[in-house]
Design a protein. Structure first.
Length: 183
């Protein structure tokens, strides 16, 4: 991939721990949303910075948004890596985020998502306690109204997707810890 060598270790000034988690975001002409999301992480979750690296993959690096994205990631984002990827699109770009990561775990998220306070530290603590696995973990999607949650995809076709959002309402919903959604 251009502009990024995954074999190069991330240097953390003043802290010699290796990050455990890559937070990766593919973007296409969405600099304002990306900057808002990253600033929310930097300001709302500063305790995670020694444990994370950031990878931003830009689908349109030659645009004005691409220029602003590159400047932000390379000059203002601690442990930030900018990757200009050009012609790739769709879900394949999220796979490229995983391939570009230099950490054991990867959080792939859209550039318009905000995360509740403490959620990233809770994730990092969970990952530190976990044994290495190839499992996929996901958190619930919370709608803007704050009361509608989606926890998984049910089989079926809907909205041009294979899968429809569902809500798991089992006994584990009484406690906000990790639980397995039956498939």
């Amino acid at each position: 991939m251009p502009n990024f060598d995954p074999r190069v270790a991330v240097e953390l000034p003043g802290d010699h721990r290796r990050p455990i988690l890559t937070i990766g975001m593919p973007v296409y002409d969405s600099y304002p949303q990306l900057a808002l999301t990253l600033m929310a992480i930097l300001q709302g979750h500063p305790e995670i910075l020694p444990d994370v690296e950031f990878v931003v993959l830009d689908n349109n690096p030659k645009s004005g948004h691409g220029h602003d994205t590159r400047e932000f990631v390379t000059k203002k984002l601690p442990h930030g890596h900018y990757v200009a990827i050009g012609p790739y699109s769709g879900t394949y770009v999220k796979d490229l985020v995983v391939r570009a990561a230099q950490t054991e775990y990867v959080l792939v998220m859209d550039s318009h998502i905000t995360l509740p306070a403490g959620s990233l530290m809770k994730l990092i603590n969970f990952l530190k306690r976990s044994h290495p696995t190839n499992d996929l973990f996901q958190g619930p999607i919370v709608e803007p109204n704050g009361t509608t949650f989606a926890t998984h995809m049910n089989p079926g076709i809907g909205s041009y997707n294979f899968g429809r959002w569902g809500t798991y309402r089992g006994p584990a919903m009484k406690k906000p810890d990790i639980y397995q959604v039956p498939l």
